[in-house]
Design a protein around this ligand. Structure first.
Ligand code: ADP
Ligand code: MG
Ligand code: MG
Length: 902
């Protein structure tokens, strides 16, 4: 238009000029209004001021050059189209001013309706509506209320209060009982409130109303609530918001008018049908504000069949066009339907899968697209056990679902009490106003954590997620009284010891114990439900999409498992091998005694005896695992933790010795243990004598493990099975360490394996930064690398995981130093760079070097995409994460560069 002809930047787009792909520039609402306009749907005319105009305004503090003129030009063309001028006394054009960013965001400025009304045009509006005074004054009072609240920050309650007063003077609760005179009186009251709070009269100049409202939308981008929300949802802070100016249509003109909202399918379950609410004789937000009872959308058929049929037709059209579930807002003005908004609707995890499956059936999307539409976080949600809810259980409060899962237990208010009761075998729920680092032990002991304050990045939420513990945060209906050991909610008093149930997915809190049931998706993965025969849309959809993901993915998925039972379950969940079998648990329980003997051995002979006793035990463990994973690779990590972890704690030993001495008992062994523990004490055990260092310092230890692995493999093969062991050396930082271990291991393997046909690979973890940086050298001695991303993150950042998550991560998240804990999702810039270097240099030195990852990141959706992009061969994760990794590996493979994977 004019703007472009004169070569100045274009800041304003008519609805006819935009389309749904322009969300960055026009915001979601504007882009979709344009799309509907171009589809020929009945959208009131209007225009969109771009996010660029907003950004320019926010950086310079004033509207950019040319914006005012462009608004003027577009307003004029809108006025021509409508045959009315903004706020003209006799026959006014009214508009709404609506914010709309790329992502919908609570906390942004709400919409101002009826802009253009003033003391004179209110009379004209009434005439326009055939002398409907009530309607005109109702519209005017709404303008003052919305404008006052959202543009001039007048406290909303004051308006509410004045409205309530008039209603109670009339003896009614229903706003429809107020007549024109009442509403005129209300306008006067509202104007006084406005003047009192702003120190000026309500602006009568329509264009000034418009400009102030636009500016307020811009400013609301930086409102506290919006900033907080963006940080939580990791929405970039510099997107800005667009502003939509839309000709008003009126749902409050009488019983033949109204307003409503609808979904094209059930956003809860994905089921097809008609889901919506309608409210006759109402405007805008009335329908969701709960001021009057809405009716189900189906009833519109009786009220206005023509509009109803037209609406269903449009909804079908929108679904076909967007190829997805849409939600819509509409208004009917005296029997004429108007579309006011649409967008691809939010949905639950279950609905996401079901709808994707349905759309494939309907031929609207293909399986690649279906796979793109769901994600691992949703799948993980569907795998949590859930509460079996029937009518008996009504939530008493709803907070933020901060860490998913379902937990029931006795309420406790202090960390100490949580630890006490848990030690007695009780399930407990730790309830606090908010948690702090002192609550850590209580959080570990508890089944779940419930707080009345704080959001998704609060201490409680961050720590609970890190521990995989159910957490509901910010349940602000709870009055928590820690000294009195009780909380109150909605008239109930809950004392210490009473049972509550919390749902970390929905944020709901229940009194009493709600029974828990396994999710049907897990039953399916367990092989208990047959997707071919079961009449369950969710299971069928999950099956279909998983099958496609498996076909699409390049990354293999293995599991971390130390026992035959874990290995078996992971295999049912689709694991294609074991990426990390920790051997340390094989030194626990009644085997501790042998470890003690090993540590206390005074000579070669005693040490060899202890190792010889351990050998058959380890061999039996490996045989069990190799059998379960028959034919699939099993990576066994040689012992990693410092040996003193297998001894009793220092204090306990010291007490034992003292007590025994007092009694005059023989304490030789305790004293020896105590001396050993003192001798082995390390200031910083994570960086001390562990991993490969142990193997190099304690003669025979690794040799025994290697022998057990090789002998187990041979035993399995002799029984007709197939064993594919891979021996993994932990904590290597220099190739010389690995070479030393390797030389001995190769000798033993050759001796044990003989001509059995068993092949044993030898490789290393890459978890010390130096290993990553000298990967080219290390690859000379390794047939595979497995990235230990937990340690690599600890050592890469210099974070002691056990300490930092509870101590200060919440603060780092609050400050935005990182958007998510680097232990949850791989830090691609730093730790990821180490991985990239090691992968490239390792493969350069040894083509065909097998690369995998066995940290917890292996089951994290974003991290899986990163590992795919670096070209790893597999990820390995806990059994329950295996399906998530399979799905995300499939998504990574089909996600073309640059497309949005969220
Ligand atoms: P939100 O983003 O909070 O949904 P909207 O901008 O969609 O805010 O507006 C809030 C309400 O006002 C919606 O119900 C919408 O239908 C109504 N509304 C907005 N613009 C108009 C208009 N031009 N005519 C009639 N109603 C409108
Ligand atoms: Mg809306
Ligand atoms: Mg490690």
């Amino acid at each position: 238009m004019e703007a472009q002809e004169s070569g100045e930047h274009k800041y304003v787009y008519d609805f006819a000029e935009g389309n749904k792909e322009l969300k960055d520039l026009l915001g979601g609402k504007g882009a979709n209004l344009a799309e509907m306009t171009n589809l020929g749907l009945p959208v009131p005319p209007g225009f969109t001021i771009t996010t660029e105009a907003c950004k320019a305004y926010l950086t310079t503090g004033r509207e950019p050059d040319g914006l005012a003129g462009q608004i003027e030009a577009h307003l004029e063309s809108l006025e021509r189209e409508m045959g009315r001028r903004l706020g003209e006394p006799d026959d006014p054009l009214l508009v709404s001013v609506r914010s709309g960013a790329k992502f919908s965001m609570p906390g942004m400025m709400e919409t101002v309706l009826n802009v253009g009304l003033n003391d004179r045009s209110v009379i004209g509006l009434s005439a326009q509506a055939g002398g409907n005074d009530r309607f005109a004054w109702d519209s005017y009072r709404r303008l003052i209320q919305m404008f006052g609240k959202t543009v001039c920050e007048v406290p909303g309650e004051e308006f509410e209060h004045a409205l309530d007063e008039i209603k109670s003077a009339k003896g009614t609760h229903n706003d429809l009982d107020l007549d024109a005179d009442d509403l005129r009186g209300l306008v006067d009251a509202y104007k006084k409130i406005f003047a009192k709070h702003t120190g000026r009269e309500f602006p009568q100049e329509p264009r000034e109303q418009l400009d102030l409202a636009i500016r307020a939308v811009f400013d609301s981008w930086n409102a506290e609530r919006a900033v907080l929300y963006r940080r939580q949802e990791r929405i970039p802070a510099d997107l800005g918001t667009a502003v939509n100016v839309v000709a008003m249509v009126f749902g409050n003109l009488g019983p033949d008018s109204g307003t409503g909202v609808a979904f094209t399918r059930d956003p809860g379950s994905g089921a097809q049908g008609i889901y919506g609410d309608y409210l006759a004789n109402a405007q805008g937000e009335d329908v969701v504000a709960g001021i009057r009872n809405t009716v189900p959308l189906q009833e519109l058929e009786q009220l206005d069949k023509t509009s109803y049929d037209q609406l269903l037709g449009i909804m079908a059209r929108l679904e076909e066009h967007y190829k997805d579930l849409c939600d819509i807002e509409f208004t009917i003005e005296r029997g004429k339907l108007w579309m006011l908004q649409t967008r691809v609707g939010k949905r639950t995890a279950a609905a996401a899968f079901v709808i994707a499956g349905q759309l494939v059936d309907e031929g609207l999307i293909d399986l690649d697209e279906a796979l793109h539409r769901v994600n691992g976080a949703q799948l993980a949600q569907l795998m949590f056990p859930r509460f079996q809810l029937d009518h008996e259980f009504e939530p008493v409060a709803k907070g933020i679902g901060a860490s998913p899962g379902a937990a029931s237990g006795k309420v406790v208010f202090t960390s100490a009490r949580a630890v006490e009761l848990a030690a007695e075998g009780e399930a407990v729920i730790l309830v606090r106003r908010e948690t702090n680092p002192d609550d850590l032990n209580g959080m570990i002991a508890a089944q779940g954590i419930l707080t009345s304050r704080g959001g998704k990045t609060s201490h409680a939420a961050v720590v609970a997620r890190g521990m995989g513990k159910t957490c509901v945060s910010g349940a602000d209906e709870l009055e928590v009284n820690v000294p009195a050991k009780k909380f109150t909610v909605g008239g109930h008093v809950v004392n210490e010891g009473d049972v509550v149930s919390i749902d970390g997915t929905t944020g709901k809190v229940y009194l009493g114990e709600v029974p828990v049931m396994p999710s049907e998706v897990v039953q399916y993965f367990e092989g208990e439900l047959d997707p071919e025969t079961i009449d369950d849309a969710l299971v069928r959809a999950v099956h279909r999409i998983m099958t496609h993901a498996d076909a699409a993915r390049r990354l293999r998925v293995r599991t971390n498992a130390d026992t035959g039972a874990d290995a078996a379950r992971a295999r049912r969940f689709g694991a294609e091998g074991i990426g990390l079998c920790r051997t340390e648990h094989m030194f626990l329980g009644d085997r501790r005694e042998l470890v003690e003997r090993l540590i206390l051995a005074s000579g070669e002979r005693e040490r060899e005896d202890a190792l010889a006793a351990l050998l058959p035990l380890q061999r039996a463990d490996f045989i069990e695992i190799f059998r379960e994973m028959d034919g699939l690779p099993v990576t066994v990590r040689l012992i990693d933790p410092p040996l003193h972890e297998f001894l009793p704690p220092l204090e306990q030993l010291a007490v034992n010795v003292a007590v025994a001495q007092e009694r005059g008992e023989d304490v030789a062994k305790e004293e020896a243990l105590l001396a050993a523990v003192r001798r082995m004490h390390e200031e910083n055990p994570m960086l001390g004598l562990r991993g490969v260092r142990l193997g190099l310092v304690i003669p025979g230890l690794f040799a025994m493990q290697v022998r057990a692995i090789a002998e187990a493999a041979v035993a399995v093969v002799r029984d007709g099975g197939t064993a594919c062991p891979e021996i993994m050396v932990p904590l290597v930082g220099a190739v010389q360490e690995l070479e030393t271990v390797r030389a001995e291991a190769e000798r033993i393997i050759a001796e044990v394996v003989g001509d059995s046909g068993v092949e044993v690979l030898i490789g290393t973890m890459i978890e010390v930064p130096r290993a990553a940086l000298t990967a080219g050298q290390i690859a000379e001695a390794a047939e595979f690398f497995s990235f230990g991303t937990n340690d690599l993150t600890q050592m890469g950042w210099g974070f002691s995981r056990d300490d930092v998550e509870g101590a200060f991560f919440w603060r780092y998240l609050e400050l935005g130093i990182f958007g998510i804990s680097p232990f949850e999702s791989i830090d691609t810039d730093g730790v990821g760079r180490l991985i990239r270097i090691a992968a490239e240099e390792g493969r350069a030195a040894r083509p065909g070097l097998k690369l995998g990852v066995c940290g917890e990141h292996g089951g994290d959706p974003d991290s899986v995409h990163f590992f795919h992009s670096v070209g790893l061969d597999y990820v390995s994760c806990s059994p329950f994460r295996v399906p998530v990794a399979r799905l995300e590996a499939g998504r990574a493979a089909i996600t073309t560069a640059g497309s949005d994977s969220r």
